[in-house]
Design a protein around this ligand. Structure first.
Ligand code: AMP
Ligand code: ZN
Length: 435
């Protein structure tokens, strides 16, 4: 089949040659990283200058880099180029504590666009396609990341951004959109809007493909979306620290997502011990950038849990594959594409004096829409108060949470001691979305 690969040579590089390329790029990356305040100090502390790292095994003598390091070094401690050379800032979609800043040079952005184009081409997007990107454009990487990738591929792009469902549908119809990039929970919701408008996406649009990612979802969700929309849906994975989209993506075999190992060195570790786990076993994904200038990251712990499949893929690509994300080694959860840590909710609630000691976060999927319910115990003296006061408190809590996590939860005030308590660690989050 002609034209199956975006860059045939790279896509199908023999594992041995891929390793050689990785090592060459790793050395360059380490030298580049040494220009940043953080890594220059780290190399000195561990007496491991880049020249001394002669194999991928040597690399493991360097400690992991963590999100906390990124926060501690905010904003410029990881920067490895002069400020004039950086042209863009992105950050994680969460709002926990201090933001993390990821910088790119123009060369970094070009490399990233090429990776996203490679992903899209692999799934089967071509320049004749009309591509509508329903991701938020802004600091979140799904907007601009896919935008430049799709332009690089040569498709007509519609940067529709997130939300505004009716307009999304009108755009799809007016310009005969064939491919969309969308967060799965939003795609489920959008289907309801089609229904409300008396439309059937299968008959009333030209959609043929859906690229879904940014949040955990099951095979069942994918199949449901494929049926609802009459499309093929492909899983797209990335994280802002590794650019964003373009880290791993499904090929037409849909048997896992190929990492782009010419750009990322992937390790899988046991999150408790930090030791490597064998291929085929679940662990936490750890990444080293291999082609980044502004902000190389070495052995970055993603907290994402998955399994790596080393077996060759029938599609002919030699880059290894990963399973769906099975969970996180921290307690972060993702709602409507936004990263949320229970600690944020805890802090917000506990700062409100009327709030009692216990609360429960319930994540539900109703009518294909994800929502968060926060059940909050109220202190006895306030609970006895009049209904008007209670409603006022409920609104105040809702607003405080909304401004902290950027998602509006449904807040329910409950009687003191009415929520279940566990013997050991409190179970604060009940995720009922995939049940
Ligand atoms: P951000 O850096 O804000 O873009 O968030 C990145 C995180 O989103 C990742 O570390 C994953 O936990 C999650 N994520 C991204 N893509 C997927 C996907 N396809 N499936 C499951 N989780 C994903
Ligand atoms: Zn494949």
């Amino acid at each position: 089949m002609p034209g199956r690969f975006w860059e045939k040579e790279i896509d199908t590089l023999k594992p041995k040659d891929l390793q050689k390329l990785q090592f060459r790029r790793l050395q360059k990356t380490l030298k580049q990283a040494a220009r940043s305040p953080f890594y220059s100090q780290l190399f000195r502390k561990h007496r491991l200058p880049p020249e001394k790292i002669k194999s991928l095994t040597d690399l493991k003598n360097l400690p992991f880099t963590t999100k906390q390091d990124l926060r501690d070094q905010f904003p410029y401690g990881f920067l490895a180029v002069p400020r004039e050379k950086i042209v863009r800032l992105h950050s994680s979609s969460g709002t926990t504590g201090r933001a993390t800043a990821i910088f790119h040079t123009q060369k970094d952005l070009d490399g990233w666009a090429n990776l996203v184009a490679r992903c899209m081409f692999m799934a089967g997007v071509r320049k004749e396609d009309v591509f509508q990107n329903m991701s938020g454009y802004g600091l979140f990487t799904g907007g601009l990341g896919f935008q430049y990738g799709a332009e690089r591929l040569g498709a007509l792009t519609i940067p529709s951004g997130s939300g505004n469902s009716k307009r999304q549908i009108h755009l799809m119809q007016d310009f005969s959109t064939t491919v969309v990039h969308v967060i799965p929970s939003y795609a489920l919701h959008l289907w309801k809007v089609f229904e409300e408008m008396g439309l059937d996406p299968k008959k009333d649009t030209k959609l043929r493909m859906m690229l879904i990612g940014a949040e955990p979802h099951s095979e069942a969700t994918r199949q449901r979306l494929e049926e609802m929309y009459g499309v093929e849906a492909f899983n797209s994975y990335g994280l802002s620290e590794m650019n964003g989209p373009g880290v791993a993506f499904e090929c037409p075999e849909k048997n896992g997502m190929h990492f782009w190992e010419d750009d990322f060195l992937v390790e899988v570790i046991d999150p408790k011990t930090g030791k490597a786990v064998p291929d085929g076993e679940e662990g936490e994904l750890v990444y080293t950038t291999l082609n980044r200038e502004a902000m190389p990251l070495i052995r970055y712990r993603s907290k994402d849990l998955a399994t790596v499949y080393p077996e060759p893929c029938p599609c002919g690509r030699t880059h290894r594959r990963m399973s769906r994300i099975k969970g996180r080694s921290d307690d972060m959860f993702i709602l409507k594409g936004v990263n949320i840590f229970p600690l944020q909710i805890d802090t917000t609630l506990m700062n409100i004096p009327e709030v009692g000691t216990n609360y429960l976060i319930v994540l539900e999927r109703e009518n294909f829409e994800d929502r968060m319910i926060v059940r909050v115990e109220v202190r006895p003296e306030f609970f006895k108060g009049d209904l008007f006061q209670l409603e006022k408190l409920r609104r105040q809590i809702t607003e405080a949470l909304r401004s902290e996590i950027l998602v509006t939860p449904k807040v329910e005030l409950v009687e003191p001691d009415s929520l279940p308590r566990s013997e050991g660690k409190a179970v604060r989050v009940m995720d009922k979305r995939e049940m």
